[in-house]
Design a protein around this ligand. Structure first.
Ligand code: NBP
Length: 486
């Protein structure tokens, strides 16, 4: 279809910010039959999009913000896909004076949810709906179907939801991977935790690879085969699938396994760090995500690693072929159990924020929309959806009967893998932290009782008792008698 240059309000949706994500989203809308107004600060990108992809649907290219707004049907729906941070505020400031009450601004960038809270409130006061929207799936997802996590008002979702659902990925049962997550910043919050879980998942996969390489003695191609096998089982997921692809890849220039020519310093854009910072504020233990963020950070500290390279480690004989096969099977169990812990922690964090901010997030619906389109998409998420459908107030995924049974059956192998890693000096912070979390949750008594005693000793912080109600303080400097200070 030809591109239109009319300024009549013909467009159902507009996209401003036409770098890789914005232009792919605009094309996705157009391919689904929506007329899309397109705008970019620098017009060259708008022109390039329409020149190259104008035949895919109906685009209305706009050179100015005024022209862009004039092209949109009311209520106007504007997707902002610019660099997160100040550019988002600049775009909001530019468009707000041109909009009317009831119009909708959708921020599809990776905004910090505190920014979204601030922006939503400021625009709500002007009668404009601000919909902070998490979008996952990278550039390929934006074009062919991402997972979409819109926040904002329920009213805005009435006019926006059908448009977003039409371009979202579809789960294996055909459900769109898009739902109204909750008010104001709920969508961006959930997207942040998605990324945190993604960090944890990637770290655990990396540890599994390291163990198969260093302990089992498998080469990258052999490990790719192991991951392919795992991908046809309960670990089936996009991340496991691409892990096999990466490991099987040979570097064309050197002929060596690709993984051996890549510098071993992982980078990060910040959403994992935000997840951990926010978890600390909410008081939710997300040790799996935290270890993943710290592992990436440690990998980048070349100076520390160089300084410590000569520290002694254990000597260990290689496993024979039969032992290596058996060990690989145990690594699958450890990976599955550790992954379950990370997901349980992520969901705890969403539940805590939902209570804190009054978002009333449907925890099962979050799992349902992550079944497709996003980076952590996996068969496993349908089980999480089902667990929350069976019990919406499930305190932890580990308490779901099916998951509890599986993790219980995996625990011997999990312990063996962590113990083997420790004995052989292979760093497995993700596996170890997950196992420690599991053991801490199931412990009858935690040493936190001693911690409370110490706190009362040096700071008169008081403690509660197991046998009586109230708050108590012991006179440590005096006769050590106990006072009820409640
Ligand atoms: P970038 O994050 O690279 O941003 C480039 C866009 O921002 C261009 O359109 C640029 O316009 C515009 N922009 C900037 Br920079 N400053 C501006 C300003 N002051 N006023 C108006 N426009 C401005 O693009 P991206 O990689 O497509 O990502 C877009 C958003 O989507 C980001 O928030 C990102 O975090 C998020 N996201 C990205 C992915 C991914 O996989 N890449 C996935 C999910 C979400 P110009 O052309 O005139 O310079």
């Amino acid at each position: 279809m030809p591109s239109s240059t009319t300024t009549q309000p013909t467009a159902q949706i507009g996209v401003t910010g036409l770098a890789v994500m914005g232009s792919n989203l605009a094309r996705n809308f157009a391919r689904h039959g929506h007329t899309v107004a397109v705008h970019n600060r620098t017009y060259a990108k708008t022109k390039a999009l329409v020149d190259e992809h104008g035949h895919e649907g109906t685009f209305v290219p706009a050179e100015s913000a005024e022209e862009f707004v004039a092209a949109l049907q009311k209520p106007r729906r504007i997707v902002v896909m610019v660099k997160a941070g100040e550019p988002t505020d600049a775009v909001i400031d530019e468009f707000t004076p041109l909009l009317d009450e009831g119009d909708v601004i959708i921020d599809g960038g990776n905004a910090h949810f505190h920014d979204t809270l601030r922006r939503e409130k400021a625009l709500r006061d002007k009668g404009i709906h601000f919909v902070g929207t998490g979008i996952s799936g990278g550039e390929e997802g934006a074009l062919n179907g991402p997972a979409i996590m819109p926040g904002g008002s329920a009213e805005s979702y009435k006019s926006l939801g059908p448009l977003l659902e039409s371009i979202a990925a579809k789960a294996p049962d055909g459900t769109p991977c898009c739902t109204h997550i909750g008010p104001d910043a709920a969508g961006h919050f959930v997207k942040m935790v998605h990324n945190g879980i993604e960090y944890a998942d990637m770290q655990l996969i990396a540890e599994a690879y390291d163990l198969l390489r260093t302990v089992a003695g498998f080469g990258p191609a052999r490990i790719a085969e192991v991951f392919r096998g795992w991908n046809s089982g309960r670990l089936n997921s996009y991340l496991i699938e691409i892990t096999a692809e990466v490991l099987a890849h040979t570097d064309a220039a050197s002929g060596r396994p690709f993984v051996d020519v890549v510098a071993d310093e992982a980078e990060q854009k910040g959403t994992g760090r935000w997840t951990v910072q926010t978890a600390l504020d909410l008081g939710v233990p997300v040790s799996g995500i935290a270890e993943a963020v710290f592992a990436r950070s440690l990998s980048g500290h070349r100076e520390l690693r160089d300084a410590a390279r000569t520290l002694p480690g254990p000597a260990a004989a290689p496993l024979d072929a039969e032992e290596a096969e058996a060990f690989a099977a145990r690594v699958e169990e450890a990976l599955y159990a550790s992954k379950l812990v990370s997901y349980a922690q992520g969901w705890n964090m969403i539940a805590a924020a939902s209570a804190e901010y009054g978002w009333d997030i449907d925890l099962g619906a979050v799992a349902a929309i992550w079944r497709g389109g996003c980076i952590i998409r996996a068969a496993f998420l349908d089980r999480i959806r089902a667990a929350f459908a069976a019990d919406p107030s499930l305190p932890t995924l580990l308490a779901d009967e099916g998951f509890a049974d599986e993790v219980g059956r995996a625990q011997d192998a999990w312990r063996d893998v962590v113990a083997t890693a420790v004995r052989r000096g292979v760093p497995t912070p993700g596996f170890s932290a997950a196992l420690a979390y599991y053991d801490a949750l199931r412990a009858e008594r935690l040493p936190a009782a001693l911690t409370q005693g110490q706190r009362d000793f040096f700071g008169a912080h008081t403690y509660r008792r197991t046998d009586r109600e109230g708050s108590f303080h012991t006179l440590w400097g005096g006769d050590r008698s106990e006072q009820d200070v409640s």
